[in-house]
Design a binder for this molecule. Sequence first.
Ligand code: AMP
Length: 394
Amino acid sequence: MADFKTLDDLDLDGKVVVTRIDINVPVEDGRVTDTTRIDKVAPTILKILEKGGKPVLLAHFGRPKGQPNPDTSLRITVPALEAALAKTVTFAERPDRSSIDAAPADAVILVENTRFTAMEEANDPQMAGFLASLGDVYCNDAFSAAHRAHASTEGIARLLPACAGLLMEAELKALDKALGNPVAPVLAVVGGAKVSSKIDLLKNLVSKVDALAIGGGMANTFLAARGYSVGKSLCEHDLTDTAKEIEANAKAAGCDILLPMDVVVAKDFAANAEHRTCGLDEVADNEMILDAGPQTVAILASALDVANTLVWNGPLGAFELTPFDKATVQAAQAAGTRCKAGGLTAVAGGGDTVAALNHAGVAQDFTHISTAGGAFLEWMEGKPLPGVEALKGK
Ligand code: AMP
């Protein structure tokens, strides 16, 4: 397990705790339309208060591109934060240590968008120093921003006693169980549109897991590399050598590659398009593969039955279009059932995965669903996450 401190390890009594959170929530007509991220980080803020600390919250919001911009002011999140905490939140456009010290001991202070200056994304030492000067302790609860080495996620962590918040801690523990120190056999399921966006991820997984099931559009590139004709399917023909290389790496590492054995094809990329299930060598030139077939799902279910650990990213078909959601839904349900029965640790995340598992109605059955997007994918690629690295050994 990564060597980092948690809120329980540090004395926060009477300390100002500079806390990086992710409240980059969707907004419409001047109102926050989904408070999930705010609700999820509330326990960390409340725990800091409970331990006698004064939280000073840092976050980014939207894409102000290094310039102050009223359209991306964090002020808009204050009512939702106050509702989640059942407390008044003070908004600080220009924070300084003396006003923070002058605020009541149990105040919660939200600092304006960290990305209103280009120094944030440049991880400028001056900016990191300024943010560190606002408090005594640093807490990072923004796993979803941990793949970025910014002043508020990385630079500051090097300057103050630092720890992970509750969300970050939960995420790191779950990820460690999935790929860091998993119980074998480990099955990875990777789907989605294209191989090109997941080359590093696939290369990392074949060296780490016992079996890798590849589905979705990206499986077509692997099928083409094996010599099958995929008609007018989404397929990156220029990447067939990469697919072959990944298969060869898998073989050398003792990782079984599971590709579709049967497929659902249609002539149009549309919901309820006329379709049929066929073998791999039966795809006509004017057809496209939009989902895996029932035999493939059965093989995947058997692989799930023997796995102790599952890591999942990406849908197995064009799941937004019925009935091409079937393989994704059935495989997700098989995983959910095994998780509920206690036999499987299942971690999923990245891109459309959360939407796909919600669509299958099994998100709550999985051990952990990461909503971190880019950070989750970089973790699956085996890349060190700067925001996490900076917490280590502190
Ligand atoms: P990604 O963001 O790479 O995880 O890709 C997710 C997208 O891949 C979803 O929008 C799916 O509809 C799409 N997808 C999955 N399988 C296929 C397929 N066989 N053909 C076309 N698109 C697909």
